[in-house]
Design a protein around this ligand. Sequence first.
Ligand code: BES
Ligand code: ZN
Length: 819
Amino acid sequence: RFWLNSSPNPSASSERPTLPNLSFPHTPPTPAVTMAAEQSAEHFRGQARLPGFAAPRRYDLRLTPDLAACTFAGSVSVSVDVAAPTRFLVVNAADLDVSPGDVHFAPKGSGQVLLPVEVTSALEDEILIIRFNEVLPLGEGTLVIAFQGTLNDKMKGFYRSVYELNGEKKNMAVTQFEPADARRCFPCWDEPSFKAVFKITLEVPCETVALSNMPVVEEKVNGPTKTVYFQESPIMSTYLVAVIVGMFDYVEAFTADGTSVRVYTQVGKSAQGKFALEVAVKTLILFKEYFAVPYPLPKMDMIAIPDFASGAMENYGLVTYRETALLFDERHSAAANKQRVAVVVAHELAHQWFGNLVTMEWWTHLWLNEGFATWVSYLAADRFFPEWNVWIQFLEESTTGFRLDALAGSHPIEVDVNHVDEIDEIFDAISYRKGAAVIRMLQSYLGAEIFQKSLAAYIKRFAYSNAKTEDLWAALEEGSGEPVKTLMHSWTKQQGYPVVSVKLKDGKLELEQTQFLSSGSEGVGQWVVPITLCCCSYSVQQKFLFRGKQDDFNLSGLVECQKKDDFWIKLNVDQTGFYRVSYDEELASRLRHAVETNILSAADRYGVLDDTYALCMAGKQKLVTLLHLIAAYKNETEYTVLAHAINTSLSIYEMMAVAAPEELVNMKKFLIDFLEPFAQRVGWDAKSGEGHLNALLRGTLLSALAELGHQSTIDEAVRRFNVFLEDRETPLLPPDVRKAAYVALMQTVNKSNKSGYESLLKIYRETDLSQEKVRVLGSLASSPDPDVVREALNFLLSSEVSKESGLYICAPRSDCSSA
Ligand code: BES
Ligand code: ZN
C-alpha cells in the first residue's frame, strides 16, 4: 500500500514559526482566514498545532495485532465536531498505511458518506491532510479510517517487546504514546488538549491477556482468536491511551472503596508484584484524600514490560513500568530497589490526578505534570516510610536540578514548544527536578495546609479538562492571598537561579543576589527569593521575600546572638528554597563549626556542603576550604548527608586525577581516612533489625572504598564474591552490598586477568532479575584497565544487552546511584 501524495514537507525549515498565543483552544482566527474556500493543504504544513476547526469527541478504536508477524491492522471511527467551515480534516498519523479508499466522513443525520478527493501525508509534520470536494456541514460527523502498521522494535507507538515463556521467546504488543506517538498506532488528534472518550476493542489470540485503560465489558471467542470489548473511558488525552497483549500473571488487591488494583508480571513472577501492589493501594487512598477527588477510573492495572524506554508511564488506568521500577524480590532486591519502586509507583499514580484528570494544555506546561508528580511522590513515600527520611534524600533531586541549571545552555521551566521533536528535550532535570524543587519552595512558603487546599480546588476546577501553569498559580493565589504569580514567574519563566551572598556588617545583614553559573561568570537573572533564616537556634525563623539586587536587613536579636561562642546564621533553612548561599568568611567558619558540633539540621548540613562544593567548582572558593569542610562531617549520622560528602569527595578525586595527579596519593589517603571509620562501624553484614538507611549507607560506603582501590575492602569483596559465585543464596553477599562487591571485583580485572569480568558476565546471564542485571552492567566498566573498559562498553552496546538496559545507564531521569 502507498500513501496518496506522500511527500515530505516542502516548506519545512529549521526555523519553526513561533506560536503567537500559547493558549488553546486557539482564539478563533478571523473569518477571512477561515473562509473554507481559501484553505489549501499547504496551510497545514509546518504548523506547531493542529487546526482548531474540527475536534474529536469520541473514538471507537479497533486493533488486531499479529504477534507472530509483528504487524497490526486497525480501524478508527471518530465522532468529530466541525466548528468552522472547512473542506479539510487534518489529523496526526505516522508510520501507518492508509489507502485513499480507507477514509470517509459521514456528517450526522445527512445519510451521506463523503469520500475525500485527496489524502496527503505530510511526513515531517506527521499529519494526514484529508481534502473533500465540498465544505463540511457544521456540527457532528463521523470520520472513519482503516489502517495498517508494524509492531516496531523502537519502544514507542504500538511496539513489540520480547519475553520468555517456558524457555521460548515470545512477542507481546505494548503501547507507549507519550509524548506524541499515539499517531503511530492510529490516526488521531494527538495533542493533550484534544480530549475525547475512547471505546477500545481488541482482536487477539485466545490464550493471551488483553489489557487497556478500562475494564473488559465482554469477550467473544471466535476460533483461535477472541474479541475483547473494553468499557468506554472518561474523556482523556491520546498520550494516555494504552493497549497490551501478552501472557501474564497478576496479584490483586482492592482499595477501601472497591477499586481493583492489579500488578501484572511475567508468568510465574507474580510474587514480585506484591510490594508495588501494597504501595499502590495505599497511594490511591492517600491521593484521594490529598486531592479531595476519588480515583476517577474503576480499576488500576500496573504492568512490568521487559523492553521499556523510560522508567514508567502513567497511562490512565494501565500504568506501564520497566521491570526494575515495579518488581521487588525479597531475596535479591536491594533497599535502594525497594525505594525506587515505592517512589516510581507514587509518581505514576499521582499523574492519575495531576496529568490525567487535569491535563497540561500544551507541552509548554509539561513541567507541571512532571515536577508536581516528582514532588508529591516524596510526600507519599514520606507518609508510608517515615524512617526513610526521603525529604532529605529529595535534596539530591534539587542538586541535580542545580547542576543542569547552572549551565549557560539551560532553559526555563516553561518553554515554547513548536514541533514534536522539541518535546522529548524537556523531559529533563529542569522539568522534573527543578520543577519539583520550586514546587517544594512554594509549598513551604505558603504552608502545607493552604497549599493542599488550593491544590484540591485547582483539581476540582480543571477536572476532565486542561490547565496551564498560570491556572495553578491563580488557584494558589486565591487560596493564600500571597503574590504567587509574581513570585513564581521569576522561577519558571527565566532559566537559572541565584546565589545569595551574605555579609555581616555593623550588626546588619547585607544580602546580594547574582545568577549562579558553574562557569564562574555572573548571569543577569534576578529572582523573587523567599529567604528564610535562623540565627543561633531553630526556634525562631525569619522569613521575607528578597526582590532587589542588594539589601540590608536589621535582624532582631542578632546583636545578642553574635555574642555567643557558637554563633551561627543559616539561610535557606532546611534547604527548601531553590537558591544557593555564599557566606562571608566569618559566617562560613561559624557554620563549619555548627556542622562539626551537629547543631544544624541534616538538611542544612547537606546544604552547607552542597553550596560550598558548587562555589568551589565555580572557582569562587578554595579547594582547601572545601576539604576542610568535608572533614567536619567525620561524625555524620544521616545517610543522605554522608552519601553526599562521599560523592563530592569522589568527584574531587576524579578531577584531581586529571588536574593535579601529583596530589592524588595525598587525596586518596585523606578520603580513605575519612571513610574507614564509617565502614568499620557499618561492616559488610546487616545487623539484625537495622534500618533501611543503614542498608543504603553500607552499599554507598563500600562502593566508594572499592572505587578508591582500598585494598582490604577489595580483598573482602573478592572473598565474599567467590562464595556467592558458587551459591547465589549465600548470606555473605546480600543484595545491598552486591554492587559494591562487583565494583571491587572489577578493580582486580585487567587485560591479562579477566576472570572477575567473566564471572560477572556469568551472573548477568544466569539471573532473571532485572535489578541484578543492572547491578552487573553498572559495575562492568569499573576496571582500571582502559582495554577492559572498552570491552565492557562494547558489551553494553551488544545485542545481548537489551535495548533498555543500555538506556538505563545513561537516561537522564534514571536513578544511577541505585544499587
Ligand atoms: N510521563 C513519564 C514517562 C515519560 C518520560 C514518557 C519521557 C515520555 C517521555 C513518567 O511519569 C515518568 O516521569 N517516569 C519517570 C520515572 C519517575 C519516577 C521520575 C521516568 O521514566 O524516568
Ligand atoms: Zn512523570
